[in-house]
Design a protein around this ligand. Structure first.
Ligand SMILES: [Zn+2]
Length: 383
């Protein structure tokens, strides 16, 4: 529990797929990690894969990489998977009581677009060099925020740190789509490292399920993303925050997949003994916890349950619980409408600056990962 198992820090899409395949095929862990049937694919035909560990009555969903550029989140989920299957004691303790379901890459297209840029720049770097360039990136990024907060519009400093190109994306159809989006948004390839959306420019987190008209209104008021991203449009397909044309937009298969996946666990498990108890969604900015359900929708029990879970999670991680005014996002739907299912959105990393800012201090990032692993197990053991 108190260590980090992954040796490689900068993971390409293929690295993640290969690691999971290796764990599935390795006879030692063969029966520990299982792949679930893939039924959904992204617009550019990448599989939306899910995996599970354990066969207990209480079901827990852990997913990451809703936003492509949040590359530390699949790293964390892989770490959690490795922690469970490589430790006999932890595995035996938790696999009998719980069934863990994992979606390490909810947005493989976004991951490929962002991580291919990072991979190209950092793939041969050692730990020290990764931290060094990440610190420069983080400092530029923070300075961009400062400048933008004074309402000054100028070319962003973070864009000059990494070499970028659409041709690093290994999929011709996706390159075509990304190029088209960049052109329509009046942007160039320097924006690719912060790409959050899917390959057709829809942000799966903004594709609100229950408050889509409100989300559209909100985006109209914004027009552009905030602060350092104030050159990125949000009302047309773009690198971030565009919600799509309608709720569960067919061009956002990532969100439809998640909806079906969670509904299936909530409604279709054998009622007499199986139950979905928690959902953890991982993002990566600022060390925050979003988990207070909308008081107008959620039952009193559900609100109390979430309060308790947030309390436990924040004690273990020292992350800050945020009770935001606007609860329009995709996870807000689950935490308000699924009764007695703790649904938390966790912003990993007290640093910001996706995709590589969080790597500026690897020791503290890894310490946070270890605390988050403990926080998940503590929440599910105490609710
Ligand atoms: Zn995010």
């Amino acid at each position: 529990m108190d260590k980090i198992y992954l040796k490689k820090i900068i993971l390409s899409y293929n690295d993640i797929c290969n690691l999971l395949t290796e764990l599935l095929n390795n006879k030692k862990f063969h029966n520990r990690l299982k792949k679930e049937n893939t039924t959904c694919y992204t617009n550019f035909k990448y599989p939306l894969n899910s995996y599970c560990i354990g066969n207990g009555e209480k079901h827990v969903v852990i997913f990451s990489n809703t936003h492509g550029c949040e590359i530390i989140t699949p790293f964390f989920v892989l770490e959690f998977i490795l922690t469970l299957i490589l430790n006999d004691e932890i595995y035996c303790n938790f696999s009998k009581k719980y069934t863990f379901h994992f979606i390490p890459l909810l947005n493989p297209e976004g991951y490929i677009i962002s991580s291919s840029q990072v991979y190209y720049n950092l793939k041969n770097f050692d730990k020290k060099s990764i931290q060094k360039i990440s610190k420069i990136y983080l400092d530029s990024y923070n300075l961009d925020d400062k400048i933008a907060s004074k309402n000054i519009k100028k070319e962003k400093l973070y864009k000059s740190i990494l070499a970028t190109s659409c041709n690093l994306i290994e999929n011709k159809n996706m390159i075509y789509s990304v190029n088209k989006i960049l052109k329509n948004c009046n942007l160039n390839s320097s924006i690719l490292p912060v790409w959050s959306a899917n390959g057709v420019g829809i942000d799966p987190n903004s594709n609100s399920i229950h408050k889509f008209p409100e989300m559209i209104d909100l985006r109209k008021k914004w027009k552009y993303s905030k602060l350092r991203y104030n050159d990125i449009p949000v009302t047309i397909p773009s690198p971030m925050s565009y919600p799509g044309k309608k709720s569960l937009d067919p061009l956002c298969p990532e969100n439809i997949f998640l909806y079906k996946y969670i509904n299936n666990l909530y409604f279709n498990l054998p009622k007499f003994n199986q139950k979905l108890i928690a959902i953890f969604s991982y993002h990566s900015t600022g060390g925050e916890i979003y988990g207070y359900p909308d008081k107008c929708i959620a039952s009193k029990n559900n609100i109390e349950l979430h309060n308790k879970a947030i309390d436990i999670y924040s004690k273990k991680t020292n992350y800050t619980p945020i009770d935001e005014n606007l609860k329009y996002g995709v996870m807000d739907f689950y935490r308000a409408y699924l009764n007695n299912v703790v649904s938390l959105t966790i912003e990993l990393s007290k640093l910001n600056g996706n995709p590589i800012g969080p790597f500026a201090n690897l020791d503290s990032l890894f310490e946070e990962f270890i605390n988050n692993k403990k926080a998940i197990l503590s929440v599910i053991s105490n609710i």
